[in-house]
Design a protein around this ligand. Structure first.
Ligand code: SF4
Length: 170
């Protein structure tokens, strides 16, 4: 796979439920995940070559997202990246969001990943606003958000990352 390509489910979904604060968001599903968590919520997307998925380039996806953001004229400004694990396509995401942020102002990017926050490239973290990290652990299942108690929610505030998992406990 080239650095400016990724495998995704080729539709932009719309949802309130995937944003940690239930904000209306555009949702993208990336295909491929190395973590193989027991009880995974989207096993069909662990395989990057699933029939559900297509290859897309940075420039094509940037155009699609710009169209959606422009169409809603700032009323929806969040995009949620799910999978699979979007971090498999780190170079793609860096290129996509560094270019998109120049063309669409004030967007918010929410990233779900099975990797740990500490493992992510700084260049990627600089381009996103909220990160939900960690593999899904069935033995630590919460039945709410985050799905297992090892997972953490990091939020960028004034350019500084804060672990805000406590907001969702209890
Ligand atoms: S990280 Fe997410 S998508 Fe990947 S195997 Fe675990 S639950 Fe499934």
């Amino acid at each position: 796979m080239k650095k400016d390509e990724a495998r995704i489910v080729p539709e932009v979904h719309f949802s309130f439920n995937d944003h940690p604060f239930r904000k209306p968001s555009f949702v993208l599903y990336f295909c491929g995940c190395p973590h193989k968590c027991k009880g995974c919520h989207s096993q069909e997307l662990q395989n990057p070559y699933s029939d559900l998925c297509e290859t897309i380039t940075v420039s094509k996806l940037k155009g699609v997202l710009k169209y959606y953001f422009d169409s809603y004229n700032g009323k929806i400004n969040s995009v949620v990246l799910l999978g699979g694990d979007p971090v498999v396509y780190t170079d793609f995401l860096i290129k996509l969001f560094s270019e998109l942020r120049k063309e669409v102002k004030n967007i918010e990017v929410v990233l779900y990943t099975g990797y740990l926050f500490e493992e992510l490239k700084e260049e990627l973290k600089n381009l996103v606003d909220i990160i939900v990290d960690g593999k899904y652990r069935e033995d630590l299942k919460t039945g709410k958000f985050p799905a297992s108690s090892n997972q953490r929610v990091f939020i960028k505030e004034n350019s500084e990352w804060k672990d805000k998992t406590y907001l969702f406990l209890g």
